[in-house]
Ligand binder design. Sequence first.
Ligand code: WT7
Length: 570
Amino acid sequence: MRLLPDIVSYEERLKSFDWSLAVTELGYVKEDIINIGWYCSDRICLKGNADKIALYYESFGGTEKSFTFNDVRLTSNTIGNFLINLGLKNEDRICLFMDRIPELYFSFLGILKIGAIVQPLFSAFGDESLYIRLENAQTRAIITQRKHLPKVRKISHKLPFLEYVIVVDPVKGKSLEKNEVAFILHETPSVEDFKIFPTRAESPSVLHYTSGTTGQPKGVEHVHYSLISQYLTAKWVLDLHDNDIYWCTADPGWVTGTSYGIIGPWSLGITQCVLDAGFSAQAWYKFIEKYKVSVWYTAPTAIRSLMKAGKEVVESFDLSSLRHLSSVGEPLNSEAVVWSGKVFGKQFHDTFWQTETGSIMISNYIGMKIKPGSMGKPFPGIVGVVLDPKTFEPVPEPGKVGLIAFKPGWPAMMRGYWNNHEKYREKFVNGWYLTGDKASIDNEGYFWFIGRDDDVINTAGHLVSPFEVESALLEHPAVAESAVVAKPDEINMEVVKAFVTLKPGIIPDKELELDIMNFIRRKLSPMAMPQEIEYMDKLPKTRSGKIMRRVLRAKEWGEEIGDVSTLEDD
Ligand code: WT7
């Protein structure tokens, strides 16, 4: 097998790049079987790395576990076998609704091994968020933990397609409800030989839900061939080498946690670490020190929180193992890049991509000069431009703002939105895929992020749909109308703010505000919970009755309100 040299400059790579480089290196033969589950476990074992550590896991309570690539192979076989025995099959949607416990990672591969479609969802989701996504995907089974069962039980009777609720940690002797089945991994005999479903390049693999401005969240369809992009970008952008200890801080409920928290690193046979705990600067540095993390992929909100915790905290740990730092998900401000250079001796490399793109599109490529505040340049093989918003033609002048767009055709590109061809089609104009983001490109080809081209709120890297929060607010007994916008925030960049009018006779007070906030947190998620609620007598509306979020948003950001000629008269 021909191995690709690692250190080749961006310019050199551009000259000779072809996706077939990865295809060849992975030994994939066109039209043949390609299964991500196999590539991330069996193949690594066959290459002689069966005993290499694949996963160091640490729980919230401090429990430590480690697993080799052979363990990953066997556990994913065992889970796959269990799913088959239940009667689940290729192309069934199977949801993962778990904290970041080892079973989550092994089940991800097990589901892929049977040719079924993995639907990863954040365990922090409330029952409404969960229901909307399971209903849309007509999910057949869900794998979850005991602690999340109450949320599942609240909605499972409304989900006729949901046949199995698989519980990985049931209490012995305590009965499960009728559609619930127990599956305890360490008590189940390992399956040595498992017949992997012969998925092909275009067979569906992962279904991630993402939020837009209007309508319900959309299921982004990925295929097994996405591996080609994920493998190569993990290798060249995250700069993963055989001896690295890699830490991706993202939850697999988010595409970063699957593309680069499972598929990229494991298909390269890299050891990775998982810390299933919330954020704390001390805990994070301790984790890096303990596992000697060398490559770290995290998000701007976390970096800003580390900045806030201060340099002294950094200095009380030995972080000399760190070699390469990358970031994704929201704008990485130049201060954060400069700060990381000072305190870690390494600067964060910003990367830009989306659930839809499946893999990194724009990055500060290894060895490239970093311009703090810029997202870098398109990955080799990716044609990225900014388009004039009126003509949808590429903007020729450097520095002029336009819509970020890519020429379709890279392996990890989404293949559709689940059951929503209309919305999928709207993403393409003049042969370009529209990201929905705005940027400018400087005279050296570096992309500078400006903002989104829609009302979607990006809070701490999580996209929240104002529509979803507004709809949920209307279900609160006190709320008559609502409008939801982003509000600036020092750490999270943006947070959710809700403007509400109340039903007649209801007195607005602090207690009600907290009650409404908690209502949204429980129903949707902590990310979607408004950080502030402002009571209004009436909301700004167009004469046709449409709420003008734009007016409310401008007020929060101290921006010009713009054209209000359609605003309803007083
Ligand atoms: C949206 C996509 C890619 C995995 C995580 C997010 C924003 C992403 C950056 C960046 C500024 C960024 C964009 C994009 N975004 N990376 N480096 N700088 N903004 O996936 O949840 O689909 O969100 O996140 O607005 O469209 P996602």
